[in-house]
Design a protein around this ligand. Structure first.
Ligand code: GDP
Length: 282
């Protein structure tokens, strides 16, 4: 579900998260491995600066493994811990409590020095809508936890979920707004289904995707749509794909809507292979 974020909503979300941060040791920031920057909240560093952070590259099953590895190193170079995961199947999820605990090792050492019994790490999951927060919480909990609406303002009683002996997780994630900064970011969010298509022009999203694939994954395009080469002009590329699929209207015109819709559906369902739409800057 996509909600419209107004300044009031943003202020409230921020306030609610700041309140939750008081109870926790480690922030688990969930991003989409296909768009690790575009899927981050623009103010995350400012909002959670006081806590150590574990960045989870979720939906890694749909992302390009090599790029995911580059992103992992990128986030680690910023001083965070980073892990690729797939919340849907649970791949990589087992490593989360241990990684969270490592981020708190100084605090634990101090507790031991003081003769205190070290307790479980208290963690909070944060991320933009649709990034997979509920799926991950259910995975970690080993059962289905009621989902809070992606609306700031709908609150329920906060509870802790025990994840083994090592970690206690708040059962309600912190929901932050996505970036609205530039059109490229919007296209990336729309291409991966993080925001609704209606927010941007459908064909424009598809043009963005086709241009990107032409440069970074030309073989996939050629394979999938049985093209001999990739036309430089994206309109010609549309024509070729539409023709191959038989998306013709009366008069022999290509049905661009249907072509655009097909490309996006096939990207999102993985038929174009594992695709990452962003590369870390060196
Ligand atoms: P939330 O809004 O952040 O709580 O996101 P949800 O947990 O509702 O997930 C949004 C969509 O992403 C759902 O359709 C999930 O099934 C899907 N999803 C979540 N995690 C993964 C993952 O690791 N891999 C894949 N392929 N899909 C996922």
């Amino acid at each position: 579900m996509t909600i419209q974020w107004f300044p009031g909503h943003m202020a409230k979300a921020r306030r609610e998260i700041t309140e939750k941060l008081k109870m926790i040791d480690v922030v688990i920031e969930l991003v989409d491995a296909r768009i690790p920057l575009a899927s981050r909240n623009p103010m995350i560093d400012e909002i959670v600066s006081s806590k150590p952070r574990l960045i989870l590259l979720n939906k890694a099953d749909m992302a390009d493994d090599q790029k995911t590895n580059e992103w992992k190193h990128y986030f680690q170079s910023l001083g965070h811990k980073a892990l690729p995961i797939d919340s849907q199947t649970g791949k990589g999820v087992k490593a989360i409590p241990g990684a969270a605990r490592e981020l708190m090792s100084d605090k634990i050492d101090r507790m031991i020095e003081k003769g205190m019994k070290p307790r479980a790490v208290r963690a909070l999951i944060l991320g933009i809508p649709n990034v997979g927060k509920s799926t991950l919480i259910n995975r970690l909990a080993g059962k289905k936890i009621a989902k809070t609406g992606d609306r700031p303002g709908i609150t329920k009683k906060q509870q802790w979920i025990k994840v083994g002996d090592e970690m206690d997780l708040l059962d309600t994630p912190g929901i932050l707004w996505p970036k609205f900064e530039d059109q490229q970011t919007g296209y990336k969010l729309a291409a991966t289904g993080a925001i609704k298509d209606e927010i941007l022009d459908f064909q424009d999203i598809s043009v963005f995707v086709l241009k990107f694939l032409s440069i970074h994954y030309p073989d996939r395009l050629m394979d999938r749509y049985k093209l001999e080469s990739i036309p430089e002009d994206v309109v010609e590329l549309f024509d070729e794909i539409g023709k191959k699929r038989g998306f013709l209207m009366s008069g022999g015109w290509i049905d661009y809507d249907k072509t655009a819709e097909t490309v996006l559906r096939e990207l999102r369902s993985g038929k174009l292979g594992d695709v990452t739409l962003e590369t870390p800057e060196r």
